[in-house]
Write a protein of this length. Structure first.
Length: 117
């Protein structure tokens, strides 16, 4: 299900005891009557690498590069100058239904509504 909304809050930095780095976004939906977060979809594991890790340093470097290209794309689509100006940008949020309850569902992704900017 796709629901119109806006980016209510967006943060770039460390999360969860500095084990993750990336972007956390909270969306206001249906005119502010409800909301959903991105669930860490745009974060990267930056914990110290050990032999038990399922990812390599190369994997992590590629993920960091992809994240920053994604951020650059959001800024370009929203026609803003910096990351902080993404607050308030209109979006379409995709939520996976869980037991027929879209607003109780899982965040899948979003797109910036470039057609209204």
């Amino acid at each position: 299900m796709k629901i119109l909304g806006k980016i209510e809050d967006i943060k770039l930095g460390h999360f969860y005891d500095h084990k993750l780095f990336g972007v956390i976004i909270h969306f206001s939906l249906d005119g502010g009557s409800t909301g959903i977060g991105c669930g860490g979809k745009y974060t990267i594991n930056i914990a110290e690498h050990t032999d038990r890790c399922e990812w390599t340093e190369e994997d992590r470097n590629k993920a960091i590069s992809n994240l920053f290209w994604t951020i650059q794309n959001w800024i370009e689509q929203a026609k803003v100058e910096n990351f902080g100006e993404l607050r308030g940008v209109p979006v379409e949020v995709e939520i996976e239904d869980v037991n027929g309850m879209a607003l109780g569902g899982t965040f899948k992704g979003f797109r910036i509504l470039t057609e209204v900017i």
